[in-house]
Write a protein that binds this ligand. Sequence first.
Ligand code: UDX
Length: 437
Amino acid sequence: MKISVIGLGYLGATHAVAMAKLGHEVIGIEPDESRLSALQSGKVPFFEPGLEEALLEVQKSGTLTFQSAHDEASAACELHFLCVGTPQLADSNAADTSHVFAAASELAAFISLDAVVAGKSTVPVGTAQQLKDEMSKIAGFEVNLAWNPEFLREGTALEDSLKPDRIVVGTWDREAESKLREVYQPILETGTPFISLDVPTAELVKVAANSFLATKISFINAMAEVAEVSGADTVALAEAIGFDERIGKKFLRNGVGFGGGCLPKDIRAFIARAEELGVGSAVDFLKDIDEVNLRRRDRVVELARQDLKDLRDKRILVLGISFKPDSDDLRDSPSLDVALRLSALGAKVAVHDPMALGALGDRHPELERAKDIEAGAKDAELIFLGTEWSEYKSIEPASFGDLVANKLIIDGRNVLDVVSWQAAGWRLIALGRNVHN
Ligand code: UDX
């Protein structure tokens, strides 16, 4: 099928590659010049395992091409995927949908009568109807819009796109539904459920899923607050409750909390939208979910202050600044936030990350960039592990030699082996666990 994918961030770039891998002829549309030229030369402008290899493969076979705006070729596509971002507005909790409206309006000026538009961006419920009305006005006919939320995770984005748990589609009309069934046919053939819904439900599925995931993480982090004052162990607690299949073990890892470009802004946008709809109290609990999450960052800063007292001029090494491993995304990253707060309190903070220092660029010059772990650890009085990259999980306490005289480490992700660190003479503080020596 000839399709276009509009907006080539994490979601759009991955979706465009995935669609080309399924055998479709894909035109990727991206107005940002530097992102476009990177993609055109076969480079993915962010770190996502396996994506660049897949991009080169589909570019070579000619099934994926990129351009900055619509033209005759893109206008001739049967299906258009809208993948532009909906970040949080600077001055409120609400999502900024202006980029989606702008992209939809541009498309509407080109779109052919029988084409289908599938929105994949995460939007406040009710947005699709407004987009349909606006696009139809510009096009001069009823635009066939569907909503098709995406659930990919950074770090496993391509795999999640090609082997999703389910494909969710909200439509007003059967033709749109069958077009989407057709485009996903190779995935559906493997037994993936196709869930056909009305449009508002499809819009809500995404925010509801992300709200639930955020709630699970904040639930276990709330238990960590209780565990820290009662002598309990949150990791053991999560394991014990997770054996109940109704609860499950996934997304119950306590630590410094959730971040990234989705969970935090999606719960906030949901709060804002529910308030607009007059049902704010229905999701009021999400404010607590957000607060529990942010309190975990306060807790790390508090632990550092308890131990080092005055942080001024104390050297601290932060291991990991991306919001999760296998990603260089710094959006709303808990560990980067902690690093900046420690630095604002006067500490000399060095940051190390296997992938994300490039994404940090020249922002936050107050943070020293550690060229390797040893260089960052030299004379440090505290190490904070904020992102559980696999190279940190397997780090041996002996590898630091005498670099860290204070031998104090805060494990913000509960991935270090407490016994071996303590046996090596370190004081290890693990969030939500009373294992401190
Ligand atoms: C999330 C959703 O999982 C995905 O379905 C949606 O499409 C986009 O948002 P992503 O942001 O890539 O994906 O990351 P995810 O794996 O969900 O992790 C989000 C954050 O939660 C990370 O900061 C991670 O460290 C944290 N997390 C996750 C925990 O603190 N504990 C857990 O148990 C799981």
